[in-house]
Write a protein that binds this ligand. Structure first.
Ligand code: BG6
Length: 477
């Protein structure tokens, strides 16, 4: 296989991290609208109601809501073939349970998609990237409640119909696999996915099993729906997965690493193999959890197999065996790998890990894989002449793209695209900071919300433009 002319080069962004305009277009409150900026190294605070003196970065984002034309023109200048955006559910159904969608929300996303098409950029639309209306959490208990599946499907159907003929690639969910971080260390992972604080969830194992099941089922039902509405639709689901390496070759440690890595795959198994995995059901039964799987559900799994797998890749981790109860959590943590450097935010930098994961996932499922996120969060310095020399970002991306190329050309993995995360600086999901920058395009905005919001090109801008133009032939190891 080759990285041919159809390869989807581009980037990924998410609504709550860039749109801002929280009070415009009749938008409702989404779960991330209640989360503050985390000072460096501190977790973000999650509030139940807005507090006067707190700053909620999603309210301003990077003002993509008003500046999307300018931003898309810059993506086009780099030669983007695709852009992954997300729809903020609370712009379409402000509370989530309304009968009629909000026209202003539909108009906005139609305008964004039209703008992309005008520049020959393929829109890839994520239906759920941490943007659930908070009302569904407070009034219905979030995904614990099966009724939320119906609200989600109504939202999906609305979008499939509204963007029919314009959008072909859809993503049902972003990173639902992080629903159970298995650590009290941070509330943010379960919250961003389901609006619930991990530390406050009662009967954690049972509740998270139920939420995981409902979301997995919802994804399969959405796949069925998308095909019914337009057989041309291609539907994927995005997972945030990372290789988990054993700390040494002690077989117990190897087994532990395998188990930690594998725990992120049960939902992918369900969405690719046509049934909710029997091993997971039995595992739940063994600890007294009985999930009800109706015949209709079984049918939904059978017919709702994905067309492609979306893979978000940032880092690998190292697991350590800590006794019979299980090992250290692998989610953006675990042990330090002595062979790898880490980013300022402690994420390991492991280009070979992406080749490993592409091989592993492709051999397991045989489905096309799209790299839906990959990038480096770094501190950028604006020089006196206004330039940003981000050679560390170029280095990170180059090394990852080279490994993807090897996966395609040597290992024969069917990888259909590379969507770099954060082609324009945006709000960090885990920390809320602007200073954790990913972009080719700098946005003049700091963690306190000060700045002109002006856009400017970093050195990596030209580099990515050239890489797309040359189909990565310009890159050397
Ligand atoms: C992914 C999410 O897990 O990681 C993005 O899908 C997120 O929304 C990205 O922004 C990078 O994480 P962070 O915390 O650096 O923004």
């Amino acid at each position: 296989m080759k990285m041919d002319s159809k390869f989807l080069w581009g980037g990924s962004i998410a609504a709550h991290q860039c749109e801002g305009a929280v009070n415009e277009g009749n938008k409702g409150t989404g779960i991330m609208d209640l989360v503050t900026v985390g000072a460096y190294g501190q977790p973000r605070e999650i509030h139940e109601t807005f507090q006067k003196d707190s700053r909620y970065p999603s309210h301003q984002g990077i003002d993509f809501y008003h500046r999307y034309k300018e931003d898309i023109a810059l993506f086009a200048e780099m030669g983007f073939k695709a852009l992954r955006i997300s729809i903020d559910w609370s712009r379409i159904f402000p509370k989530g349970d309304e009968k009629v969608p909000n026209q202003a929300g539909l108009d906005f996303y139609n305008d964004v998609v039209d703008e992309l098409l005008k520049h020959n950029i393929e829109p890839i639309v994520t239906l759920y990237h941490f943007e659930m209306p908070i009302h569904l959490v407070t009034e219905y208990g979030s995904w614990k409640n099966r009724q939320v599946i119906d609200f989600y499907l109504k939202f999906c159907e609305t979008m499939f119909r509204s963007l029919k003929g314009k959008v072909t690639y859809w993503v049902t969910f972003n990173e639902m696999n992080h629903i159970d971080p298995q650590t009290e260390a941070s509330d943010i992972f379960t919250y961003i996915i389901a609006g619930l604080k991990y530390s406050e969830i009662e009967n954690k194992k049972e509740t998270l099993a139920l939420i995981g099941y409902h979301m997995t089922l919802a994804s399969c039902l959405a796949v069925n729906l998308a095909r019914e509405i337009d057989p041309k639709n291609k539907v994927g689901c995005v997972f945030g997965i990372e290789p988990v390496y054993p700390v040494d070759c002690n077989p117990q440690n190897v087994l532990n690493a395998f188990q930690q890595m594998d725990r992120d795959f049960y939902q992918i198994d369900a969405m690719c193999n046509g049934e909710f995995p029997k091993y997971k059901m039995k595992e739940y039964q063994a600890i007294g959890i009985e999930l009800e799987i109706s015949e209709a559900d079984q049918q939904a799994f059978k017919n709702g197999k994905l067309d492609f797998i979306g893979m978000n890749y940032y880092a690998s981790s190292v697991a350590e065996y800590e006794g019979a109860e299980g090992g250290a959590s692998a989610l953006f943590g675990g042990l330090q790998n002595p062979f790898l450097k880490v980013s300022k935010w402690g994420w390991s930098i492991d280009p070979i890990g992406i080749r490993y994961l592409l091989n592993y996932t492709y051999r397991k499922y045989g489905l096309p894989i799209m790299i839906t996120e990959n990038g480096l969060g770094a501190v950028d310095v604006v020089e006196e002449d206004g330039q940003i020399h981000d050679e560390y970002r170029i280095e990170y991306l180059k090394n990852h793209i080279l490994e993807i190329k090897k996966a395609i050309e040597i290992d024969q993995v069917d990888c259909i695209g590379y969507l770099m995360w954060g082609p324009i600086d945006l709000v960090s999901a885990t920390t809320g900071q602007m200073s954790k920058r990913y972009g080719f395009i700098h946005v003049d905005l700091d963690d306190e919300g000060e700045g002109t919001l002006a856009r400017s090109r970093k050195d990596s801008f030209e580099w990515y433009k050239q890489t797309i133009k040359d189909n990565a032939e310009n890159l050397v190891d």
